[in-house]
Ligand binder design. Structure first.
Ligand SMILES: Nc1ncnc2c1ncn2[C@@H]1O[C@H](COP(=O)(O)OP(=O)(O)O)[C@@H](O)[C@H]1O
Ligand SMILES: [Mg+2]
Length: 243
């Protein structure tokens, strides 16, 4: 939602990052480009390196080499709160909502203007996109179902008016009917112009929502293409995805 990047340049760009936990290397030269307004899916099996990629982008586990840039500016190795201020909204796998705070407090705690100084996401707009959350605005976060908590974490990230939202396996552990609702919600966010990087194991979840796909396996990007191309490529889906 800011416009200080060169036209056509990716909003979020990850180039050649190597990431380690202690002595063990987990990511090997991972490259990813996310253009403004698109939804990119990072697909891969359990343990492939999806969450580590997101943690490296969000500053939780800084890369040992390579760069992460946002709107053309290098953000590699900055503290997570600084990276959030550069326009990256991170929805971690484990959701991390505040169980002892109401739905509304969980949202207002995270409110901050965007990089352009504007507030694009107000509580009113959140209630429009997430009517189910409005009807439970006074309920404690810890009393929500898994699907409701997932919606709350996505809504909370939006309250920070990010330029790019990282969604780490939003469908994980949820009942199929809830997964369908989350997929529909992501489609709505895309229609609202939100730029999304989505990690998933499940290709079917991404088909309706992603513009392009990168597959990660053993810490390396092994495939890039459109969702349509991937659907035609059974060799790749069989080799790298759980289907
Ligand atoms: N904190 C950690 N310390 C050491 N190894 C880790 C840690 N977190 C994840 N790993 C390892 O890193 C690899 C990638 O994990 P992860 O990025 O969580 O994969 P994914 O999100 O694709 O399931 C796995 O082999 C996992 O066991
Ligand atoms: Mg993961």
């Amino acid at each position: 939602m800011t416009d200080n990047a060169a036209p056509g340049a990716p909003q979020l760009s990850v180039r050649g990052i190597d990431v380690f936990y202690g002595a063990s290397q987990i990511l090997f030269g991972v490259d990813l480009m996310v253009e403004r307004g698109t939804t990119v899916a990072l697909l891969g099996r359990n343990g492939a390196g999806k969450s580590t990629t997101f943690k490296a982008i969000a500053g939780v586990v800084p890369p040992r080499s390579g760069t992460v840039s946002m709107n053309g500016q290098d953000i590699t190795g900055l503290a997570p709160y600084r990276i959030a201020r550069r326009g990256i909204g991170y929805v971690p796998e484990d959701r991390q909502i505040f169980p002892e705070h109401s739905v509304e407090d969980n949202l207002t705690i995270a409110a901050k203007p965007g990089l352009d100084g504007q507030v694009h996401w107000t509580l009113e707009r959140i209630w429009k996109v997430f009517p189910a959350l409005q009807s439970m605005r006074t309920r404690m976060g810890g009393r929500l179902s898994g699907g409701e908590q997932q919606m709350l974490t996505i809504a909370r990230a939006l309250m920070g008016n990010p330029d790019v939202v990282l969604l780490d396996e939003p469908s994980e552990g949820l009942a199929p009917i809830i997964v369908t609702q989350i997929a529909k919600l992501i489609g709505e966010l895309r229609a609202e112009g939100v730029t999304i990087l989505l990690a998933e194991q499940n290709m079917h979840f991404c088909i309706a929502v992603a513009s392009s796909v990168a597959i990660i396996d053993k810490g390396q990007i092994v495939y890039r293409g459109t969702v349509a191309e991937l659907k035609q490529n059974q060799e790749i889906t069989k080799r790298y995805l759980a289907v």
